[in-house]
Write a protein that binds this ligand. Structure first.
Ligand code: RIB
Ligand code: CA
Length: 318
């Protein structure tokens, strides 16, 4: 049986790749997409998600728009400053044609609650964006912690931040929501932080190989990632020259081949107060605190396997 999943996204150049991988891989069944305020205002994220689905010929996958602001803050990540890091990496619109596809009427929170209440099959939840929708859905239906078999989150960073010295964007953009999710009591919580995604870099040479596939997914992957490489080269250089992480797709690759990341189990919590550290994902690697282990955290990734999974999947759509 195919593994069912819901993606919660702020599409976004790397969310776009995650959507394509989830929608096109033969072992996965992408049952729905929910969108949230993050890389751009939520209506752009919704439109971008629809553009991706249209471009790869998957118009039947429903998209439900979700929260337009963080749970409690009015200033994260808005007001947005023109030309900031997220705008440079993602822009407002993806480099894909406009679409006539429309989002569903039902709000993302209602969709999540109703889908998990009614499903008889396990559906993995994969948030690759600020956790606002997930925290709000949990507030409506706390039983989601029992109804969702695994939550696989792209977010956080132990040795590295990208929006502040301490914090990664998805967690920083709604720290109260992230705090609620990490403290909700999910049986299986898997975190793919920057520490792992920065080890699964895509190079400019590989981008050209994706382009040469000649498929819609191959060209979209190449265009989105080449843009990311250009921005990373200028403002956030990676260990490998002319390369960039495609963070969100690593979570989907993990569902296909779990060995693409290496997991270790630790207590994880979110800082919501610190003047310098708000939005920090605190991974207690030395077990200095009193909290029990609650999360499987990826500290390493197999870049070659990650590329191989995507290359094979995106080649098939010609
Ligand atoms: O920090 C990387 C994450 O922030 C990715 O999910 C990216 O899409 C942005 O949301
Ligand atoms: Ca994202």
């Amino acid at each position: 049986m195919k593994r069912k999943l819901i993606l919660d996204v702020d599409t976004g150049t790397d969310d776009a790749v995650a959507i394509m991988l989830a929608a096109l891989h033969e072992d996965l069944d992408l049952v729905g997409i929910t969108t949230v305020n993050g890389n751009a205002e939520v209506h752009y994220c919704t439109d971008n998600s629809l553009r991706v689905l249209d471009w790869i010929g998957k118009p039947e996958i429903p998209v439900h728009e979700g929260c337009f602001k963080p749970l409690v803050r009015n200033d994260f990540p808005v007001p947005r400053s023109k030309g900031d890091l997220t705008e440079k990496i993602h822009g407002k619109h993806l480099p894909l044609p406009e679409t006539s596809l429309k989002a569903q009427e039902q709000h993302a929170i209602e969709y999540l609650v109703e889908t998990y209440r009614n499903t008889t099959d396990p559906i993995t939840l994969v948030p690759t964006a600020p956790l606002t929708n997930i925290a709000a859905a949990l507030a409506v239906e706390p039983k989601l912690v029992d109804l969702i078999p695994e939550v696989v989150i792209m977010g956080g960073g132990h040795d590295v931040g990208n929006i502040t010295p301490s914090a990664e964007f998805n967690i920083w953009a709604d720290p109260e929501a992230a705090h609620a999710v990490f403290n909700a009591g999910f049986e299986k919580l898997t975190l793919v932080p920057l520490d792992a995604t920065h080890k699964a870099l895509i190079t400019a040479t590989q981008c050209r190989q994706f382009q040469q596939l000649g498929t819609p997914a191959g060209t979209a992957m190449a265009d989105c990632t080449a843009h990311r490489i250009g921005v990373h080269d200028k403002i956030q250089r990676m260990d490998i020259e002319h390369s960039a992480p495609v963070h969100d797709a690593v979570c989907v690759a993990y569902l296909i081949q779990p060995e693409v990341i290496t997991l270790e189990r630790y207590p994880v919590d979110i800082e919501t107060q610190g003047a310098l550290t708000v939005g920090r994902t605190v991974v207690d690697k030395a077990h200095r605190g009193t909290r029990p282990d609650n999360c499987n955290v990826a500290f390493d990734a197999n870049a070659a396997l990650f590329v191989d999974i995507m290359m094979k999947t995106f080649a098939k759509t010609a």
